[in-house]
Design a protein around this ligand. Sequence first.
Ligand SMILES: [Ca+2]
Ligand SMILES: [Ca+2]
Ligand SMILES: [Ca+2]
Length: 986
Amino acid sequence: MKHIRRKIVPLLGLAMLLTGCGEEKNSSVIPTSTSIPDSSIKASEEKKVSKIEVTKMPNKTEYEIDEKFDPTGMEVTATYDDNSTEKVENYTYDKTGELTVDDTEVTILYKGKTTKISITVKFVLKLSSINIEELPTKTTYVVGDHFDPTGMKVTAVYNDKSKKIITDYTYDKHEGLTLQDKMVTISYTFSGVTKTSFVPIMVVDLALEKIEVTTNPTKLNYLVGEKFDATGMVVSAVMNNGTKEVITDYSIDKEDKALTLEDTSITITYQDKSVILAIVVSEAQLTKIEITTNPTKTSYYVGETFDPTGMVVTATYEDDSTEVVNNYTYDKTEPLTLEDTLVTINFGGMTATLSITVEVKYDVKINALGSYRMEAENLDTSKAFLREDFIAAGRTFVENGAGASNGANICGYNPGSVFEISIYCEEATDLFVSAIMSDTDTNYALKDSMTFFMDDVSMVPSDVQFTYAGGTSYWEWKNVEFGTVSLAKGAHTFKITSIDHRPNLDCFDFEAIKYGDQEKEKVLTGIEITAAPTKTTYTVGETFDPTGMEITATYSDHHTEVITDYTIDKTEPLTISDEEVTISYQGFTATVKITVGKAYQLKLTSLGDHYFEAEDFDTSKFVAREDMAAMVQASGYTVSAADAHNGKSIERYDNGSVMSLEFYAVEDIKTDIILRASNYDEIDFNAMVEVKLDDTVLTTDNPSFGHRYNGDWYNWMDATIANQEISKGEHTLTISMISAHPNFDCLNFHVSKYATEEEVVTLDSISVEKNPTKMSYYVGETFDPTGMEVVANYSNGKKVAVSDYTIDKTGALTAEDKTITISYQNLTTTLNINVKEIDLVVNTANTYRLEAENLDKSNLTSDGTSMIENNGLSSNGASLGHVANGYFEIRIDVQEDYNLKVIGAFSKYESVALSNYVEFFMDNQAITFTDITLGRAEDGSNDWFNWKEVELDCGDLTSGNHVFKVNFKSGCNMDYLDFVFSSIVE
Ligand SMILES: [Ca+2]
Ligand SMILES: [Ca+2]
Ligand SMILES: [Ca+2]
């Protein structure tokens, strides 16, 4: 740039001065040609450009991704304010880099005016790079060796970020390697684009690696005084490239020595290598050896090495004496193959043989009827790709998912991953295949997103609907069935390939339902309505017509069969209270819903509970919350919610929403109407939500709404309208969200009187519905029931609060008192309490540390997670976290008068003032203190456990008992409290 400017400034000096600095940036596009006539510059100074146009399109307007825009052939015409026009060359344009599919136009710029032309850029899959994911097995070579790519895993990465394992790469080093070769270049070409990568190798000179006795001498068994005889012995030199050569110019250490009983071996030496040969010298001649005890292990998988542990070899001599010998040798020292059936043991020139079995190891080996499970966490992941975020976090494929079989499962694999299960059938087998999976992505069809093959046979998974209730509920396991496949005796492979989804995989089950001549006992396991009857709507007095209905029976061998010899319960003329027809077959039943008369969303047909799910409400009078409109649009008002009836509830609506239910009471009834709802904040339900039966506004018992801990969205409460009398006929229940919009789970009509029939109610049990305020006591205190709610539980599901209960422990509590027994009528229940000794006895001026994790937590409420956090950054290796609210009380017995300071260590991820989270009391008097700010360390380390100390001046304590209290207004982490006692300064 500087170079150009220097060159043109002398020529354009005048023009530059006149046009000013603002134009200087254009200098870069002024052609560097020195032949621009002065006049043209002057002309354009005088006239102003009013517009520019592309009067001829460039030759090329269609591009492939990554090409650059080429203006060749383009004609740009400027129109001046005097209407004259001129073709111009020194325009610029915006798209100077590599084009992307988002580029649809190019803006042409000339003297402050712009115009646009359209271009098209199409996506073409191109190779971006290749990666050596795994090096070849062999990377060290001897001069003259040839490069061997076995074991190398090469992946191609494309411009759409996809990855693929490739095997059709090429490499450069095909000749014998030399000492100069340090790397091998791997190349791969895709659609004309070639990318390379490198494999480092090491090439060393040919050298002697070792020598070995390849054939033993004829004689290994000597009598005392004999000399070693090498006859028959063959010794070989083994080079570092694997070649072997017989050598004869070796030396032997005991060549001319008269052998003694101490001589158990001969050392053979060649150059700087030696090998030891075992011999046996005895007073009597060895006649045989025998394996008198087999080794512990005689069955092997291919690739394992023979293990003689436990084997006893006994030698017999000509004088019939025997001896257990240990310095035997054996031939099978390499990894075992299928051909290895015998191991030969050698001692003193005698041999004995041992039979072993070697087989291929299969993931699943079918040798009888029954079910065989392959845990997904044991799958071979060499053909799977770990998700980038998992790699970054240092995670692996295996996760300990809650509720997973064997406590673990596979997750975090990318599409394109392949898992294979090797199966061996010892007889021809019919296998029923199923799996357990989960996914937080609930909106796809598994059969379109993964493939499953048994050898070449595609196995289609059953339609599975994954569910996810939100939060950390990642593991909502579902059973997936693939049906039955017939396999011949021998080896098979079940192959799982991820196309575009990656459900968590827990396990795969292979159930042999037929094995050789044996078949699994076929027992009926259930019936199912596989096609509804044609007619399901009736008028009163008609009879049920099963035409069109299909009933399918399922058997224990997973076989299904359409059946016709079932029975039907409703054969008489239908009445208004008939809502379903029950089909029976050999002890199993299935029901078909029917409507008799007008269709109602709910009919009250009997005593007891009649639920209507909130998720079944007509949503036409719902008002979507503005901040959740997009979610409503995408997935409606229904969510999977913790502890909800039917697993679902509704939310995301705003004030003004109306829910109505048209129902039918078949008889005059008396019923409780129970609305199950939850609201994060406390609300006055009766004032904010209007419940109307027909035209009458109803009043509920107005329970307390609100959350139990942070993030607790579903603290379901029953708002009950008791003993409502409803006459036989049609009614409407209307719930209007006037000034609040709680989450809504279900409605329950608990009918206690139906026509003249009345519910028989018995008292079943009592229970503590709410614990007393005080759950933790010191020895000598008495139990205080304040705040405790005891309820009587009746057979109709009703709970009635009782206050005239009795308790067993009314005197001073002892350390042995762990429970309080509460009695009402003939029933009892127990409450666990904590009775403890004094927390701290102080008899010297000293510092006493109390670890937060060891304190009594019975007065604390957690946010739903365990409050003890083990970590290396805290005193005693642990600290307290996940506190929602509550308090610690520490009772101190001070035996003399002392001054007390307390140092407390707290932390919080966010930068906040400690005083917003905790307050401190000494003998119920608030302690004022200098506030501190919590928060994570500036360098981002130590995030959750960046402990900060607060100092509390508790003043002088007189001898006797005192209570120090830490009250959590909200949750923060706490590590320890140091109680610093010192003598009182007069
Ligand atoms: Ca598992
Ligand atoms: Ca529900
Ligand atoms: Ca601690």
